[in-house]
Design a protein around this ligand. Structure first.
Ligand SMILES: [Zn+2]
Length: 263
């Protein structure tokens, strides 16, 4: 529905659209525009893009490619690409990405951002140097000291974001705090918890908090993850075994964590 709204809204626009060619729904939304810069930025989470947005057919997804055999809707040829930890520009030159921000998703963001900067005449090397200076984004990825422990604050708002976050946290047995709220900005329906692959947290000591800690607890029980329900970050940190604590929260829960660590 969202892709369709974007597609309708963008139809006939003179704007330059920078879009991820690896995401069929984004491609569908953007392909109503005349001027699209396609970026092969990757797509780790594919569970919401197996049916063709054009005809409803089953999407074929061999390797990085994707297409619909029924109607011919297919992945456009990208102008820019993320290749390992390099941005490949439209001339085929490779530029190294040396971000302070962790994770594959941020390499993907950097690639898209380099493509955006180029539209404004900024050379990829210059754009990437500026991105490399970024240490945190509104508190995201920030490591803070709290109650004598190091806590890294990570925001995850949807299944794709949670998946990307699980790939960058310290390996088990690093302690993990999860906090989920369901206020307006979060969405009041938490059924998306069932689309998140929480099985990946097996082996981590996990602490759950937030408004919807019991919904999260049920989800983790089904996933076979050992966890403890707590009332506060202070309680989680006091009970956590040694090591940097990875605190992952959705939108308003993340804002609450930031207030908690400031004291
Ligand atoms: Zn199709």
């Amino acid at each position: 529905m969202l892709a369709e709204k974007w597609r309708e809204g963008l139809a006939g626009s003179e704007a330059v659209i920078i879009a991820n060619a690896d995401d069929p729904l984004v491609t569908w939304a953007a392909s109503s525009c005349r001027r699209v810069v396609w970026v092969a930025a990757g797509q780790a989470y594919r569970e919401d893009a197996w049916s063709c947005p054009s005809c409803g057919g089953v999407m074929q997804r061999p390797g990085e490619d994707w297409y619909c055999a029924a109607c011919g809707f297919r992945r456009p040829q990208p102008h820019w690409a993320l290749n390992g930890d390099h941005v490949i520009d439209p001339q085929g030159s490779a530029w190294p990405i040396r971000l302070q921000l962790p994770g594959r998703a941020n390499l993907s963001n950097a690639t898209s951002s380099a493509a955006v900067a180029a539209v404004f005449g900024v050379h990829p090397q210059v754009a990437l140097q500026r991105m490399e200076a970024v240490q945190a984004v509104a508190g995201r990825y920030e490591s803070v000291q709290f109650a004598g422990r190091e806590v890294r604050l990570l925001l995850a708002k949807n299944p794709a974001g949670w998946l990307e976050t699980f790939t960058l946290i310290d390996p088990a047995p690093a302690p993990v705090v999860l906090s989920v709220n369901a206020l307006g900005a979060d969405g009041t329906d938490t059924s998306w918890l069932w689309d998140v692959d929480y099985e990946r947290l097996v082996g981590h000591p996990v602490f759950v908090m937030g408004q919807r800690k019991l919904d999260l607890a049920v989800r983790l029980e089904v996933a076979g993850v050992h966890f403890q329900v707590v009332d506060s970050l202070a309680q989680a940190v006091a009970a956590a075994p040694p090591g940097r604590i990875e605190a992952i929260a959705n939108y308003t829960a993340f804002q609450q964590l930031r207030r908690d660590v400031r004291g």
